[in-house]
Each structure stands twice: as structure tokens, then as C-alpha cells.
Design a protein around this ligand. Structure first.
Ligand code: NDP
Length: 243
């Protein structure tokens, strides 16, 4: 067993892709995973798989844009397991398009899920971690948090914001036993690109996604950050496919 064994880890956006794969890996290493997403039927299938393999899992329907729902999943973790060791703010959406396409509803959805969702995760988890005197936030950004690409201005803006918020959180929680990690995946196999409605962006994405990482590559990076001794803060990891 690794030091992951027995950790209580809340994961947002665990119904597919990176979140789902991370939940499976952490549960296989003995973590208690508390998993949230809107598609609860997908969480049920995942939970049943994890339990079949002897893992510990609790599911909770979760829309990260609703602060009360984010608070509720943290409360579920606390009441079931008595503490929260880590919150993985992973939920995200990526309906890409050029700015001139004026897909304002899609811009707002990205801002709501990718930025407000992460802030809700912090707002819900931080008071608990401060009281405990320990905890670990793992925020999922993107290589789009470092460089803007065509049709991705708003998506990248949300990920730059996640990077800035994560850095600020690390500075402000110094000396409180709280660790803060930013994980920035490169192109990874998942359902993320399926929400793109804009034809130009779909074409660009086809080319962009020619070389992808399996989601396990990101899950392993998350495990790496989590399993470090408490005096090690893995601040930022960028994981890209070999090209
Ligand atoms: P997926 O689309 O496979 O997974 C996204 C997850 O987010 C789903 O479980 C979805 O569940 C959840 N989600 C979306 N909206 C909400 C919401 N309002 N409330 C709660 N959960 C929500 O994509 P990935 O696994 O790739 O994405 C995970 C993270 O990784 C995202 O933050 C993404 O930006 C980031 N990332 C991904 C990259 C890639 O190439 N795949 C590259 C860089 C970063 P549901 O719909 O059931 O709510």
C-alpha cells in the first residue's frame, strides 16, 4: 500500500475522462474517493466498478457552478470519513470558437464551470482544511494556461485564471499545512472536445488531437503530487504527449 491508502479525496467532474480515470487509480491505491458530476448514472457505473475491485467510493450529484452543491459534496466526505485530505478541482468544459463567432452563452458556460467551479471548490474546501490544519488542493488547468491558441481565447483565459487563482491560494495558505498543486495536461483522450459546436474549431481540434495522452498519464501525475511527504508541495506539473 502507498501513502495514498486511506486518504479522503473529493474529485469533481469524475463521470468521464481524467476525473474518472483518477478516481479509479486512487481507489485502487486505497483512497476513499468522493466523486461528483452532473451525470449521476455514469457515477453509479463507476462506483460499482470500483466497489467490485474492493475500493471505497461515495457518489454525489454535483454541478460545480452551484456553491451549495459543492459544499454538499465536501460535507458528504466529512460526514462519511471525518476529514478531507484533498480536493481535485477537475470539472471543466471546452466549447471552443473564435471570438468573432460571438458564442456568448458558451463563453459564459466556460467561465462558470472552469473558473467559478474551481472557486467554489476552494470556498468549500478551504475552511475545512484550515480547521483540520492540513489538506491539498489539486486544480486542473491546461497547457492553455500558458499559451493561447486559435479559437481558444476564452477557454485559455479560464485556464490562465485557474493558474492565477492556484498561485494566489498557495501564497495565501502558506504556513497552514495546506498544499496546492496545479496540473496542466496537454492533449488527453477524453470527452472534452465533444462539446465543440463551432465548425472551424472542430476542424482545428481534429488536427490538434492527432497525438493524445491516455488519461492515466494525468492520473499518475495527480498521484505523484498526492503521495509526496507533507513537507513537499508539488506546485506545478505540465504533462504533454511526446511529439
Ligand atoms: P471530459 O469532458 O471527459 O470530463 C469533464 C468532466 O467535467 C465530466 O465528468 C463532466 O461531467 C464534468 N463537468 C462538466 N461540467 C460540470 C459541472 N457544471 N459540474 C460538475 N461537473 C461538470 O474532459 P477531461 O477529462 O479532459 O477534462 C477534465 C479537466 O481536464 C478539465 O478541466 C479540462 O479543461 C482539463 N484538460 C483536459 C485536456 C484534454 O485534452 N482532455 C487538456 C487540458 C486540460 P458531467 O457532464 O457529468 O457533469
Amino acid at each position: 500500500m502507498t501513502v495514498i491508502n486511506g486518504k479522503v479525496v473529493v474529485i469533481t467532474g469524475a463521470s468521464s475522462g481524467i476525473g474518472e480515470t483518477t478516481a479509479r487509480l486512487l481507489a485502487s491505491l486505497g483512497a476513499h474517493v468522493v466523486i461528483g458530476a452532473r451525470r449521476v448514472e455514469r457515477l453509479e457505473v463507476l462506483a460499482s466498478d470500483i466497489k467490485k475491485d474492493g475500493g471505497s467510493v461515495v457518489i454525489q450529484q454535483l454541478d460545480v457552478t452551484e456553491m451549495e452543491q459543492m459544499q454538499a459534496i465536501i460535507e458528504v466526505a466529512q460526514s462519511r470519513f471525518g476529514r478531507v485530505d484533498a480536493v481535485i478541482n477537475n470539472a471543466g468544459v471546452m466549447p471552443l470558437s473564435s471570438l468573432e463567432a460571438l458564442k456568448i452563452k458558451e463563453w459564459n458556460r466556460m467561465i462558470d464551470v472552469n473558473i467559478r467551479g474551481v472557486l467554489h471548490g476552494i470556498a468549500s474546501g478551504l475552511p475545512v482544511m484550515k480547521k483540520q490544519g492540513f489538506g491539498h488542493f489539486i486544480n486542473i488547468a491546461s497547457i492553455g494556461a500558458y499559451e493561447v491558441s486559435p479559437t481558444a481565447a476564452v477557454y485559455c483565459a479560464t485556464k490562465y485564471a485557474v493558474r492565477a487563482i492556484t498561485d494566489g491560494l498557495r501564497q495565501e495558505t502558506a504556513g497552514q499545512g495546506i498544499r496546492v498543486t496545479l496540473i496542466s495536461p496537454g492533449v488527453t483522450e477524453s470527452e472534452l472536445a465533444e462539446s465543440i459546436t463551432d465548425n472551424e474549431a472542430k476542424e482545428i481540434m481534429k488536427e490538434y488531437r492527432r497525438t493524445t495522452l491516455p488519461a492515466t498519464a494525468i492520473a499518475r501525475a495527480i498521484v505523484y503530487a498526492l503521495e509526496q511527504p507533507e513537507y513537499v508541495d508539488v506546485s506545478e506539473l505540465v504533462i504533454k504527449p511526446v511529439i
